[in-house]
Ligand binder design. Structure first.
Ligand SMILES: CC(C)(COP(=O)(O)OP(=O)(O)OC[C@H]1O[C@@H](n2cnc3c(N)ncnc32)[C@H](O)[C@@H]1OP(=O)(O)O)[C@@H](O)C(=O)NCCC(=O)NCCS
Length: 165
């Protein structure tokens, strides 16, 4: 049974560990170095339990197995009704439906906020992520060609966008 709830400061070490796996082992995050608990704590401090920037975690049997969040898309003021969304699942728990439960929860929470568009930026290849976002109402609006360099090669990024009313 997967439970989704707003994240708390106590979740920061588990969130950091899950995210750092994807940073160090794969191209799906363009961070080059693992994040520290201090960096993640500073990141977490921008979030509240309402508004357009939210963080939710998924738990199974008391174990944190995934995180999803919405964050500022671009700093300039006119972008404020657009958020960037991210979803990351514990590598030991992928393919079990946790990503879908998490992202559905975030999308539902954003429905009642002043959000007009959500953008997901997906480093390719990442078919699980593309399919998941399509299932949750995101459509592909383009591909940035080879905009990232990691592990000595270039990677392209698929831009997906979801409309909110
Ligand atoms: C992408 C990610 C969040 C998906 O979460 P997940 O819990 O593994 O995915 P789910 O089990 O909820 O699957 C959702 C859908 O994705 C698709 N999917 C999942 N795994 C897949 C795979 N290996 N290949 C192709 N499609 C896949 C399926 O269509 C699935 O729907 P279905 O069960 O109805 O067939 C997860 O794999 C992950 O954390 N990956 C690394 C981080 C990342 O890439 N995050 C996204 C950055 S934008």
């Amino acid at each position: 049974m997967t439970e989704v709830r707003p994240a708390t400061a106590d979740d920061v070490p588990s969130i950091t560990a899950i995210y750092n796996h994807w940073i160090t082992e794969t191209h799906v995050s363009f961070d080059a170095e693992p994040q520290t608990i201090e960096e993640r704590t500073a990141w977490f401090s921008q979030y509240a339990e309402s508004g357009r920037y939210r963080v939710f975690v998924a738990e199974q049997n008391g174990q944190l197995v995934g995180v999803t969040y919405s964050s500022k898309f671009r700093p300039k003021a006119s972008y404020e009704t657009t958020v960037e969304t991210t979803v990351v699942v514990d590598p030991a728990a992928v393919g079990l439906g946790i990503g879908r439960v998490l992202l559905s929860h975030l999308v539902e929470a954003l429905q009642t906020e002043d959000v007009h568009r959500a953008v997901a930026l997906i480093a390719l290849p990442n078919q699980p992520s593309v399919t998941l976002h399509e299932q949750l109402g995101y459509r592909t609006v383009g591909i940035h060609d080879e905009v990232g360099r990691k592990f000595g090669r270039y990677w392209s990024v698929q831009i997906m966008e979801r409309a909110f009313s």
